[in-house]
Ligand binder design. Sequence first.
Ligand SMILES: [Fe+2]
Ligand SMILES: [Fe+2]
Length: 317
Amino acid sequence: MTATELATTELQRHFERTIEHDQRIEPRDWMPEGYRKTMIRQISQHAHSEIIGMQPEGHWITRAPSLRRKAILLAKVQDEAGHGLYLYSAAETLGAERTDLTDRLISGAQKYSSIFNYPALTFADVGVIGWLVDGAAICNQVPLCRSSYGPYARAMIRICKEESFHQRQGFELLLTMMRGTSAQRDMVQEATNRWWWPALMMFGPPDADSPNTAQSMAWKVKRHTNDELRQRFVDMSVPQADALGVTLPDPWLAWNAERGHYDFGELDWAEFKQVLAGNGPCNADRIAHRRAARDNGAWVREAAAAYAAKHAEGQGR
Ligand SMILES: [Fe+2]
Ligand SMILES: [Fe+2]
């Protein structure tokens, strides 16, 4: 064994011990290339989801039914922008470039959560997105606060606190509508019918179809499998639906005393694959909107870069 090989083996062992002891890998630490690539992929796809996720609800900011609802929705959508920015920064600690990640999002080389390719058709959707979409995001993200990659884990702690505000604002909006007119109650039920199944798809393909899960669990960048998290979400949502007085659109949904969990129907995986492949109801719109935002903001980035260059010049004198 050469000296370099010996040093690499030592580093590899140190990396494995860090993970074994549930300690964090930090940007300065040696890490296997596969781990670095997996983390860049996971963190940037998460960042893209936060940024694209601003669109379905952002659409309703100018049409919110009251000043109070508008202020709440603005704050929520701004939080999502903040989440995207923390996460792009976390990806940068691994050597990724934010502009490059944005280009990959726009070119379709990198994905974002399939859920944001569905339209928000009524104001009840704002409530259902908060309740179910942010609720599913919390199930996915709370375990990520213990991700083995330090900057990601720390970003997730703050993000999860804000997500729980998002979930509650959605639930509170729905509760208000359910106490309103029968037309409002119908709107909530109709929005629930449209979002329930796509929300279950947010946990990704079934475990048997999820090739990266085993490696991600071994690296402790993932703590539970897709099916475990999906089950947890279903179990959590049923009593919430009861409290609201809405019906979840699944005739197979039933308590299974033996398993201690709710049974539920089969997801439409063909639809999931279609949406992931870019053929969901809003994929093209979402990307076109993101591309326009990037192009329209070019002058701001250029001005900031010119200012930074001028400042650096002044410092050198
Ligand atoms: Fe978020
Ligand atoms: Fe959120």
